[in-house]
Design a protein around this ligand. Structure first.
Ligand code: NAG
Ligand code: NAG
Ligand code: NAG
Ligand code: NAG
Ligand code: NAG
Length: 416
């Protein structure tokens, strides 16, 4: 990506000219525009470089919300589109909206595998497997759900539209046991399913997104050995292979055995059946996506969040980026971002290569150089979310489900 950050606005002979400058520290990028969208606000990072009191880790840490001086949690959620850099104006446009579509009480129904199915214009997603309030784990599988995006669009002018959109259960058959990640694949949806106990292995499973929601297992082992708990899956836009993460959350949430394999990223070629490891050296690899041109791979490492074992703040809350070579192998791993709130879980790119991740306080957005340009602030965590083509996004935030309208478009729907 050769895109340079837009960071200077030069006034020449009364005409506003946008100049490009590689320096992200230019003064003008701190300044709010006169016309800030109604649901947006500018957050001046310079204003909190020096705080009157800086609390110790026992009080200010990955699980707490940072409230900059002059704000409170109500004012941060009142205008949820937080502009950290001018480049975010192009992402949100002139009138972004955030709508609460559904609230599930204490049940974490809105978790991950947020996948748009264009032929019916529906968004699919899954319940959190293993969370105590879900009653899943070893007892029963997490369920698959969906909404019609036309119903969400109809209420997008409201901030709170709970009860106005029908959240439907999808009865996959045979059952996808504890689905977690998902994406479009071969005109259908492929799920990374975590499995259950010793006897239901973790699998990649293809599901027909229309009734009767029939399923076919693509992969259920690595040379006869069980995966630990597959977490996320993505298609590389160039070679159309499936890449997927294997990690420990099934074990750390007490519904899968101790690991028999290393935590890593694999690649699956549907023609030859080859399953190969492409990246390791993670604590807990999690979300996975590619840039729209397929040249970069992004993997989140949520090692700081150890499930039922609690938090270890010195572990990664990080996004790593790799170059994807012509032959589909990865190299040049680099630290792309370390998030300030919670862990970065689900990750997706927009059509311009900006990177979005579900974090402890909502969706955070970086430009391709890893500069934080803005947040869609929820005041609660999001494990996953996704674009539905142009200008629309659905955010899963466990008990809450949100709909967003904005200027950005999704990174592409791949007809693999
Ligand atoms: C993080 O801060 C919160 C709130 O102050 C506190 O309850 C929690 O124990 C802290 N976590 C750690 C690991 O210190
Ligand atoms: C599973 O069922 C057992 C026995 O009824 C119960 O003790 C346990 O809390 C349940 N687990 C979850 C995650 O609901
Ligand atoms: C949204 O509206 C519902 C129904 O009126 C209400 O019960 C709920 O408290 C509201 N939620 C928020 C976050 O305002
Ligand atoms: C579902 O069944 C149809 C009709 O038999 C078949 O064409 C399709 O491949 C099946 N899809 C999956 C994912 O099993
Ligand atoms: C946290 O993780 C680090 C690095 O993985 C490890 O050295 C340390 O022992 C862990 N701390 C705790 C309290 O588990």
């Amino acid at each position: 990506m050769a895109a340079l950050p837009l960071s200077l606005v030069v006034l020449t002979a009364g005409v506003l000219i946008k100049a490009y400058d590689t320096s992200s520290a230019s003064g003008s990028s701190r300044l709010p525009r006169a016309e800030i969208p109604a649901q947006a606000q500018f957050i001046d990072q310079k204003a909190f470089n020096v705080l009157p009191t800086v609390l110790p880790p026992s009080q200010s840490n990955a699980t707490t919300f940072f409230i900059p001086p002059g704000y409170d949690s109500a004012s941060l959620t009142e205008k949820p589109f937080h502009i950290y850099d001018e480049e975010f104006y192009d992402v949100i446009g002139t009138n972004p909206t955030l709508t609460l579509l559904a609230n599930a009480g204490t049940n974490p129904l809105f978790h991950e595998a947020t996948t748009w199915y264009p032929p019916t214009d529906e968004m699919f997603f899954v319940q959190n497997a293993g969370a105590p309030a879900a009653g899943t784990g070893l007892n029963k599988s997490a369920i698959i759900l969906k909404i019609a995006l036309s119903e969400a669009a109809a209420v997008s002018s409201q901030r709170n539209a709970t009860g106005l959109v029908n959240v439907q259960t999808v009865d996959s058959s045979p059952l996808v046991v504890n689905p977690n990640g998902g994406t479009n694949y071969r005109g259908q949806i492929v799920f990374a399913a975590e499995g259950q106990g010793d006897n239901v292995p973790s699998e990649l499973i293809l599901m027909n997104p229309r009734e009767p929601y029939n399923t076919t297992v693509l992969v259920n082992n690595y040379f006869g050995r069980q995966f630990s708990s597959l977490n996320d899956v993505a298609v590389n836009p160039r070679n159309k292979d499936l890449y997927f993460t294997d990690t420990l959350y099934g074990y750390l949430q007490d519904f899968r055995p101790a690991p028999g394999l290393r935590n890593q990223v694999y690649r699956y070629n549907d023609v030859t059946g080859a399953v190969t490891a492409v990246a390791d050296d993670f604590t807990l690899p999690n979300g996975l996506t590619f840039s729209p041109d397929g040249l970069y791979a992004y993997v989140t490492d949520t090692g700081a969040n150890q499930g039922f074992w609690g938090w270890n703040q010195s572990n990664p809350s990080s996004i790593y980026r790799y170059n994807v070579q012509e032959d589909g192998t990865w190299d040049n791993r680099k630290l792309f971002a370390y998030v300030d709130s919670g862990v970065p879980d689900g990750v997706h790119c927009d059509s311009k290569g900006n990177v979005y991740a579900g974090c402890g306080d909502g969706i955070q957005v970086w430009n391709p150089s890893g500069k934080l340009i803005g947040k869609i602030y929820l005041g609660e965590g999001s494990a996953n979310f996704n674009f539905a083509g142009d200008g629309r996004m659905v955010i899963c935030a466990e008990q809450n489900l949100y709909y967003v309208t904005l200027a950005a478009s999704g990174g592409g729907y791949i007809e693999a």
